[in-house]
Design a protein around this ligand. Sequence first.
Ligand SMILES: Cc1cc2nc3c(=O)[nH]c(=O)nc-3n(C[C@H](O)[C@H](O)[C@H](O)COP(=O)(O)O)c2cc1C
Length: 255
Amino acid sequence: MQDPLEDVAAELGETPGFFQLYTPNDRELAESLVRRAEAAGYAGIVVTLDTWTLGWRPRDLQHATFPQMRGECLANYFSDPVFRSRLEKSPEEDLATATITWALTFGDPTLTWDDLAWLRGLTDLPLLLKGICHPDDVRRAKEAGVDAIYCSNHGGRQAASAPALELLPGVVAAAEGMPVLFDSGVRSGVDVVKALALGATAVGVGRPYGWGIAMGGAAGAQHVLQCILAEADLTMGLNGLRTVAELGRDALIRL
Ligand SMILES: Cc1cc2nc3c(=O)[nH]c(=O)nc-3n(C[C@H](O)[C@H](O)[C@H](O)COP(=O)(O)O)c2cc1C
């Protein structure tokens, strides 16, 4: 979490990586981040739509957890030439001012549908919108020229009780063949199979690999992912499915 995007890209090997863009209200900074992601070899830009404002997070509030406000987890910004040009003193000299400057970069969130044209014009890399759950938004995203939809409620960390899997079929239908990535609430191989059966192109997990890291570092994360893959594989086999291409809605039973 403390590593700039270039260092993360250097560890990817053959695995394609997406760069998440929290779109700052400073457009030159946004462009700088996109250019760095291009130069570092990322396969696409994921524009996250999650944090228009923070949701109600009792555990974070209880522990006063917001590492960025302590100047942590900001390596992408502190290493950015445009961000640094906004500071009179470097983050190494004056961490508090650099941190406040970062916070203000997101202090007036102004990203709208109209801004997508600007983002689209910035880069030829595939553009993915993360946090789309409604078919109307899928259609707007398509019109704006995005390349893929990331159907997600961000793990419910914004709005409690927000559905996700239930909304996936509508998103897939509206995408009309455009790739649809999915996450939120995936905890097992069976969950992966369900999302694939409902039309997801790829399925992601958030907290589970974090729990793996907490228990056993990188090996713990690897173990969690291997367990999920193994269960997905066995579940497919138990249902007589040899490939993901054979997996469709008819694999599911509506009660
Ligand atoms: C600690 C934490 C930090 C996250 N940060 C981001 C983020 O910066 N941007 C984002 O789009 N989603 C963020 N998410 C949501 C994840 O990207 C992902 O959508 C979610 O965790 C998937 O749901 P799951 O945790 O139920 O698997 C975060 C989730 C967690 C648990």
